[in-house]
Structure formats: C-alpha cells, structure tokens
Design a protein around this ligand. Structure first.
Ligand code: IPE
Ligand code: IPE
Ligand code: MG
Length: 242
C-alpha cells in the first residue's frame, strides 16, 4: 500500500463520521463508554496520520445535536472524555503543527468545556499544517438555521441586502466559513446515512462507508478509503470529457 499511496491523489478535505464505538465495546462485553475511550485514542492517531499524509482539512463528527438523547450516564461519560482529550489534543496539535477548530453550537456545554474549546482554537490558530475540525453539539440543520438567523439580523440592520444572498454569501454564515467543502466522506460501522452531518457542505462529496468499527480504524483503513476515492469520477453535474 505504501508504494501505491505515492501515486495517489490525497483529498484536501476528509470528513469522518466516527461510528461504532458502542458496538466495538459490546463485542467485547465492555460498557459503551470503554468504546468511546478507545475511540478517542483512534481520533488522536488519525490526526497524526492525516497530518503526515498531507491532508489539509480533517473534520470529525464527535457529538451530534441528537446525541443528547442518550442516557445521562453516557452523555456524562462523553463530556468527561471530552475534557480529558482536549488537554491531550492541545499537546498533539502543537507537536504536529495542527490548527484546531470546533463547529457546532457550543453554548450548551459546561463553562469549563467552552473555555477549553476556546483555548484550543486560540493556541493553535497560527499553526500551518492540518486543520482539524471537530463537530460537537453539531447538527447540519441546526447549523443552517443558526446561519439563517444571523443573516436575518444582518438584513434587518442593513448590513446585508436581499440581492446579496447567494450560495457563497450563505456559506460564509455557516460554522464552516472559509473551509472548502469535503472531498471525501468516510463513515465507519456500515450505516448508510448522513445522520445530520454537514448537510450543506456534502453536496458533491464522494461517500465511502466501511464496516470497520471506529476504534479499529487505522492507517490502512484510511488508505483503502483514499484508494477508493482515487477511482471515483467526480463530474459535479457535468459530463465527462475524456
Ligand atoms: C460513535 O459511536 C460515537 C458517538 C456518536 C458519540 P456510537 O456510540 O454511535 O456507537 P454505536 O453506533 O452505538 O456502535
Ligand atoms: C452520528 O452517529 C454522530 C456521531 C458520530 C457523533 P450516531 O450513532 O449518533 O448516528 P445514528 O443514530 O446511527 O444515525
Ligand atoms: Mg452510532
């Protein structure tokens, strides 16, 4: 795979739905939270692998607006893991020249988590390598509604005119403003759905689904996804000319 990778086109932006932590734990007779813990280790490793491969943007779905429906215990455990890994991530980001960004509605988190997020963004903002984007309390529909509200404010105040509403200007109100759309979406654990992820941004993204459970995801799995991406013919609604 190593030799083959050299001739591969590396997608600029890879979006990940890291699914299957619970199933991974269940298979081993462990509590779901152990799957989440192992999943965090895989996230760390993936950031380093992606940075070395030359991927420019990596966006991972860490917690959806719908994940609050889970048990208090599971949500609580996820928040604790989040606290712990934010500190580790800061070190990893600094060591690998990674810029960290969070998308999603962060005000619902506890104050210390919000401060941790702000610190991660602030202290890595000048890094020039991989941009690692974490979607937390993120929902595609929620993001679009929040963008529409901010636009309405600007319309009301006269900062924006109705004629100025275009796909480009709309995108600049989304949490992902300034970030190019994903080229490749990888979903682990076999589910064939978007689960409210990046609904606007994935319009022309190539989709790759693997049965591999997230904690088992590794460099080889990422390379397989990139190899599949290299075989795709991206037409963007046009007609192939060659
Ligand atoms: C993904 O794993 C992590 C989060 C959604 C936080 P799941 O917890 O959804 O694992 P499964 O889908 O139940 O196996
Ligand atoms: C999507 O996974 C959300 C994240 C990976 C954070 P889910 O496990 O929540 O999605 P569904 O419920 O299978 O659609
Ligand atoms: Mg799941």
């Amino acid at each position: 795979m190593e030799d083959k990778m050299e001739s591969m086109k590396i997608p600029d932006h890879v979006a990940l739905i890291l699914d299957g932590n619970g199933r991974w734990a269940k298979k081993r007779g462990l509590p779901r939270t152990m799957g989440h813990k192992e999943g965090c280790v895989t996230v760390e490793k993936t950031v380093e692998i992606a940075a070395r491969m030359g991927i420019k943007y990596l966006t991972v779905y860490g917690f959806s607006t719908e994940n609050w429906k889970r048990s208090v215990e599971e949500v609580g455990a996820l928040m604790q893991l989040f606290r712990y890994y934010m500190v580790r991530l800061l070190k990893i980001a600094k060591a690998n020249n990674v810029r960290v960004k969070m998308i999603g509605e962060r005000s619902r988190f506890d104050k210390d988590i919000v401060e941790g997020i702000n610190r991660l963004e602030r202290e890595t903002k000048d890094n020039t390598g991989l941009t690692f984007i974490i979607a937390v309390n993120y929902g595609g529909r929620d993001e679009i509604v929040r963008a529409a509200r901010r636009m309405a404010d600007d319309l009301e105040s006269g900062k924006l005119k109705k004629e100025e509403i275009t796909e480009q200007s709309f995108a600049s109100y989304l949490d992902t403003a300034g970030i190019p759309d994903p080229d490749l979406l990888i979903r682990t654990s076999g589910e064939l759905r978007l689960s409210n992820y990046l609904l606007w941004q994935l319009a022309y993204t190539e989709i790759y689904v693997t049965d591999c459970l997230w904690p088992d995801f590794d460099k080889e799995e990422l390379e397989k996804a990139i190899a599949a991406y290299n075989k795709r013919d991206r037409r963007f609604g046009g007609v192939k000319t060659t």
